[in-house]
Ligand binder design. Structure first.
Ligand code: NAP
Length: 330
């Protein structure tokens, strides 16, 4: 029987306020996109989630389509909750999303009220929950009025099936419009979830400033560039790595000589700071005040331990930042 570590909340500085809300999120959050599907080891999934909770990670990120097959990560997480974590439900922020393809026919993806609310009901059933803490629109839908999509999110809150709502993958201008609608509907946008890493900086020119102005928190996904910004690929492409196991989103071809040249140089910088490369990559996204939490994935317990260790050194000297920019620009 699982019993959480009693020291898990001993570091108050491990939590950052999410925008202008009353919610604080851990600096490192755990996502269940990969490694938690029906095809993955349940015992490993359970060990990762429990270790994360022991380390003070209270924020667990899911979506309807995480698996594979679609939906199975929510089933896995529901089982972990039922068998181990249920007594601590009120200590957790559990999220889900709808937006990408989930079932056939015209109502199985994008941003209609029909799809979002049906999908939320399915997610709750799979996880065995009465409500999620955050329900996200997973991506903007160019063909559905924003009023309809935001109306569906606000309805989820009014019906008690979500405590807060969030946006993912929305551009700055869409975010401002959506946030205004949500405020008017009485369900203010708690959080935005964009991709952000040293290898993908699209949020820097505008989105992060927009979120600060709007008082919206930010949890950034793939801060390790799906594993590229770690030592995972220094000696080739391991058979148990994401680039080998699930080539839909990361392929062996993505591990190019140019990527390796940069990550090796970044690794030297990390070592000089007393960090691993993964820790450097996480500290770097967390340096930005608009970023509430770095949302990582993990295939093993030791990766969670390593990632949480990033918070021991979040400060960068001007010299380190300049060196980093030189490496990234090379
Ligand atoms: N909203 C969206 O559209 C969206 C899209 C993508 C992801 N997300 C969310 O963001 C979460 C994280 O995304 P991600 O998994 O791509 O993030 P990531 O943290 O960039 O990559 C995670 C992968 O990096 C490797 N790794 C992690 N820690 C490591 C360490 N300390 N040392 C060496 N390797 C390490 C592991 O690869 P191996 O598996 O190879 O060991 C792990 O699976 C997802 O689970 C999901 O919740 C959201």
């Amino acid at each position: 029987m699982y019993s959480p570590a009693s020291a898990r909340y001993n570091s108050p500085e491990f939590y950052r306020r999410c925008g202008h809300s009353g919610v604080r999120l851990p600096l490192i959050s755990l996502g269940l996109w990969h490694n938690f599907g029906a095809k993955d080891s349940y015992e490993n999934a359970r060990a990762i989630v429990c270790r994360a909770f022991d380390l003070g990670i209270t924020h667990f990120d899911l979506a309807n389509n995480y698996g594979p097959p679609d939906g199975s990560a929510e089933v896995t997480f529901g089982r972990i909750l039922r068998e181990d974590l249920a007594p601590w439900r009120d200590e957790m922020i559990i999220t889900t999303k709808a937006g990408y393809y989930m079932w056939p026919g015209p109502y199985g993806e994008w941003g209609s009220r029909k799809y979002l609310l049906s999908s939320l009901d399915q997610s709750l059933k799979r996880m065995g929950l009465e409500y999620v803490d955050i329900f996200y629109s997973h991506r903007p839908d160019p063909d559905t009025p924003l009023e309809e999509t935001m109306g569906a999110l606000a309805h989820a809150v009014r019906s008690g099936k979500a405590l807060y709502v969030g946006l993912s993958n929305y551009q700055p201008a869409e975010t401002v419009r959506a946030a205004k609608l949500l405020r008017e509907l009485g369900a203010p946008c708690l959080i935005h979830q964009p991709r952000y890493s040293m290898f993908d900086r699209w949020v820097e020119p505008q989105l992060l400033a927009t979120l600060e102005q709007e008082g919206i928190g930010c949890t950034v996904f793939s801060p390790l560039a799906k594993g590229l910004l770690t030592d995972r690929y220094f000696k080739g492409v391991p058979a148990d790595s994401r680039a080998s196991r699930d080539t839909r989103f990361l392929r062996p071809d993505d591990v190019t000589d140019a990527v390796l040249a940069k990550t090796r140089a970044l690794n030297d910088l990390a070592q000089a700071r007393g960090q691993t490369l993964a820790q450097l990559a996480l500290a770097w996204v967390l340096r930005h005040p608009a970023v509430t939490s770095a949302l990582i994935g993990a295939s093993r317990v030791s990766q969670v331990d390593d990632c949480v260790g990033a918070v021991r050194n979040l400060n960068f000297s001007g010299e380190e930042l300049a060196r980093l920019e030189t490496i990234l620009a090379a």
